[in-house]
Design a protein around this ligand. Structure first.
Ligand code: FES
Ligand code: FES
Length: 158
């Protein structure tokens, strides 16, 4: 590897620090999945279109397939693995289960994280706003009504 392309970074993933040397061309998706083994982060389209690779960076949902790992230096990253606390699923995860909003589950981690960011914002959302906020996520199993219901349920629980 050309050393001109290597940079040391510090990632805080699910409240744990990781000091890494990364290639400046590596995406956050590659680092999270292939080096740190957070396989809840899914690779779908790889071009920022499907939302499967969504993680929270300082609380904001981003497509990790088009976000360089070096941009996340010293930032707090949340993957779906970080939502469970002391063996308890988060209220958003429970809402997805309660609404049966999971089929194959490939889109679910990204959607759960986007929904978590909406819940954490503390704002109120109309039905149209909820649809707009989750519209960046493609569900190949097409369970959109249940996903909408789960997102709404999670927002009503807070
Ligand atoms: S894999 Fe990143 S948006 Fe599809
Ligand atoms: S549940 Fe299968 S892609 Fe959404």
């Amino acid at each position: 590897m050309n050393s001109n392309y290597i940079k040391k970074i510090n990632l805080i993933v699910n409240e744990k620090q990781y000091n890494l040397e990364v290639d400046i061309r590596e995406t956050l998706l590659e680092v999270l999945r292939e080096r740190l083994h957070f396989t809840g982060v899914k690779r779908g389209c790889s071009v920022g279109e499907c939302g499967a690779c969504t993680v929270l960076v300082d609380g904001e949902p981003i497509d990790s397939c088009i976000y360089l790992a070096v941009w996340a230096n010293n930032k707090r990253i949340t993957t779906v693995e970080g939502l469970e606390k002391k063996g308890q699923l988060s209220s958003v995860q429970k809402a997805y289960i309660e609404e049966g909003a999971i089929q194959c589950g490939f889109c679910t981690p990204g959607l759960v994280l986007t929904t978590t960011s909406l819940v954490n914002s503390g704002k109120k959302y109309t039905d149209e706003e909820i649809k707009r906020e989750i519209s960046g996520h493609l569900c190949r199993c097409t369970g959109y009504q249940k996903i909408f219901n789960a997102t709404k349920r999670a927002l009503e629980k807070k």
